[in-house]
Design a protein. Sequence first.
Length: 339
Amino acid sequence: MQIKKMILSIVLGSIVFSGCATKVNTTTVVPAEINRAAKIKRIAVTNFTKDNIGLSPKVETELVSTKIKGKKYFVVANRGDLDKVIRESKIQSEDIFDTKTAVKIGDLLGVQAIVTGVVSKTYSEDQSFYEGRSKCGDKKCTYTVDYKVRCTKRTVGMSGNIKLIDIERGDIIHTEGLDNTSVSKHCSDQSGGLPSKDALLNAMANTAAKTFVYKLSPHEIAYQIVLLEDPDIDYTDNEEKLLENFIIVMKAGRTDKGEKFAKQLVELTKGKSYVSIYNLGVIQELNGQTQEALKSFIAADSLVVTTVPEISKALTRIRLISKNTEKFKKDSEIRANVK
């Protein structure tokens, strides 16, 4: 998730600075955080030990619904087949969390990895206390009256562990410790009431499942890129019109025409306008031409006298995207060879 945060911080910084500037929407792929997960196609999820919050089926649901570029990323073993293997192998439920036992199950199922887990503890505690308030003492509020209301604080928590086990190597690919707490408060002068223990635990289990599965697969992240609209050098009337038309077609989502205008503008300004070169770099970024975009952004940056935030952010962003794209490509090649 750190990679996603890095990209979001970069692109959101551009958006905040740009205000009402013209922006175009695009996406980028962030590779899986857990490197070895790239080799996992077929996967199974066992019933977790002491799972009184339904964490196991939530993890399974997340794996089933994970998609990249519109295609399912994992092939999840049928729960009925899993139960049959466990039953026929006479494996006790409390032994499933053991790595050797999980490997045996996974080997019989024909999967490359298996997810096991344990919910070691869930708890809920309510504490009563009083909270100060004040109200007007008369209609004109010439003085106030202090009083207290009764409140309740509900603390709900869970602890445990989720493991992803490599069947072929017989070791743990990734383990996720669970130590989550949720605190809610409600006072007698407020409407509604406290969420139930079950509702809070259910929400925490959903979050734990999403967090675990998120690290195992790549993700597409949507972001916006700011266009530069004002000439940085003396443009001719024709060049100004080209820039204006470029912005118009880009707002309409016509990157094909935008590319044509951007290239013409770079040529007409003889490569001396960082605005035209930067905008061409944006087109290249939109087209997935990360190396070409990087060259354009570097060229644009070399022409500026003072720092242009959009260009600085574009350089940082495209370098990170280039790195992620290369990693995703390598992971995809590895995955393509997995049977």
